[in-house]
Design a binder for this molecule. Structure first.
Ligand code: S5P
Length: 279
């Protein structure tokens, strides 16, 4: 369990984007990632604009958005508006693409196609199942991003999370061999892999390792859904299991008072962290 503060980790994390995220978490006092799985691009921007002060990160599924021919926004207009909100309100963008193919294919899926994910998403994620080429294929694209002359290094810094576990019922991540091989893969690619999607802390802090762990399946009003999602509380995830970031979707955007509910998740996630580092 990490007793180290976000602020101290913001000085020492091995990736640029990890340091940037940890400094946002620390200065905004929020370890809340909003998972925004609504399908209207304008609604995404409205909700994110409202909740921005409460969050360190927005997690998107760009491929569930609908852009009909009469859409008020094109895909690049949407991603550029989201990027402007991120700059204005100091949060990062995480495209939850869960890449799962050979290096050559994922490099096209990440850098090109209609979404051009690498251009606007600071963070993305991948399954380790296909082997290490998936990391190299993604990193090749991230490393080739042009540095903008006025931009900060963190503007084009990119980071990858590997899926070490999932929240859904009956998932096949229960083999410790799979999980330890995923960790080994991350260890060999420390300058790009910043952490994991997992249910709790990963790695060996005594050996000086620092992985940023983000945990989905967090909800304070429900224990699951009809399609296998399983929910835990912010206290369980952050304090008991040592995760760093809570990922909350329907628990927030499905509530009537989104801003009040986001503040409740922010406060509970933050207090759970404070209690952890005090313990
Ligand atoms: O194991 C996982 C990994 C992810 S990234 N379980 C998940 O639920 N997710 C994602 O987190 C999922 O794709 C969805 O976008 C979000 C959870 O949404 P919620 O509405 O159930 O909070």
């Amino acid at each position: 369990m990490s007793a180290q503060s976000y602020a101290s980790r913001a000085e020492t994390h091995p990736t640029v984007i990890g340091r940037h995220l940890l400094s946002i978490i620390s200065s905004k006092r929020t370890n809340l990632c909003l998972s925004i799985d609504v399908t209207s691009p304008t609604k995404v921007l409205d909700i994110v604009g409202t909740l921005a002060p409460k969050i360190c990160l927005v997690k998107t599924h760009i491929d569930i958005l609908t852009f009909p021919p009469d859409s008020p926004l094109s895909i690049p207009e949407f991603t550029s508006a989201l990027s402007s909100l991120a700059k204005e309100h100091n949060f990062l963008i995480f495209e939850d693409r869960k890449f799962a193919d050979i290096g050559n294919t994922v490099s096209h899926q990440y850098g090109g196609g209609i979404y051009r994910i690498a251009d606007w998403a600071h963070i993305t994620n991948a399954h380790s199942l296909p082997g290490e080429g998936i990391i190299q294929g993604l990193q090749k694209v991230a490393d080739a991003l042009p540095l903008s002359p006025q931009g900060q290094p963190e503007d084009t810094a990119r980071g990858l999370l590997l899926l070490e576990e999932m929240s859904s019922a009956g998932n096949l991540f229960n083999s410790s061999g799979y999980r330890s091989s995923t960790l080994e893969m991350a260890r060999r690619n420390k300058n790009f892999v910043m952490g994991f999607i997992a249910m709790g802390k990963v790695g060996d802090e005594k050996e000086g390792e620092d992985w940023i762990v983000m945990t989905p399946g967090v909800n304070i009003a429900s224990t699951g859904d009809a399609l296998g999602q399983q929910y835990k509380t912010p206290e369980y995830v952050i304090r008991e299991r040592g995760s760093d970031v809570i990922i909350v979707g329907r628990g927030i955007y499905g509530s009537e008072d989104m801003l009040g509910t986001a503040e409740e998740y922010r406060r509970r996630g933050w207090e759970a962290y404070e209690n952890r580092i005090k313990a």
